[in-house]
Design a binder for this molecule. Structure first.
Ligand SMILES: [Zn+2]
Length: 148
């Protein structure tokens, strides 16, 4: 605890609080955060894979624009090369930033598995399945349906 307190000295109070043993948040607040994130993810998913109707697409754009893109601050440190260091003052801010980065990542996009419908981080942009097992199962079911 003392080592943690020393490494956290000079950090904002909100950050110090989040490492305390008794730290907690209200369940309904947590539930709302998760609901917001799945809303953002499904809005993005439906925009690209759903209806081509322009009015619907405009609704999705407006919904996405309403997302609270709470920006962290940063500073530059002179390490082995100049480096941007993000200052996250809360876990919520850090998760939102990571989530936004993952959602907009072109190389490793967030996807819904075509077989099990779970969200996964694609290892390549053209990955459609969360695992080799899901890909195999999907193809087995597809070929069995063809035989009938
Ligand atoms: Zn899967």
């Amino acid at each position: 605890m003392i080592a943690l307190a020393m490494s956290m000295s000079g950090k904002p109070t909100a950050m110090n609080m989040s490492f305390q043993r008794g730290y907690a948040e209200r369940f309904d607040w947590l539930k709302q955060q998760f609901t917001d994130w799945i809303f953002i993810f499904s809005t993005s998913l439906l925009y690209y894979e759903g209806s081509d109707d322009e009015d619907t697409k405009e609704l999705f754009r407006q919904a996405m624009a309403a997302f609270d893109g709470n920006a962290p601050t940063y500073h530059i440190e002179l390490r082995d090369k100049p480096t941007v260091v993000w200052d996250f003052h809360s876990l919520l801010l850090m998760i939102q930033m990571m989530f936004s980065t993952m959602l907009t990542d072109e190389k490793n996009p967030l996807r819904l598995c075509k077989h099990c419908n779970k969200v996964f981080e694609a290892k390549r942009p053209d990955n459609l399945f969360c695992s080799a097992e899901c890909k195999n199962r999907f193809n087995v079911y597809k070929s069995r349906n063809k035989d009938k």
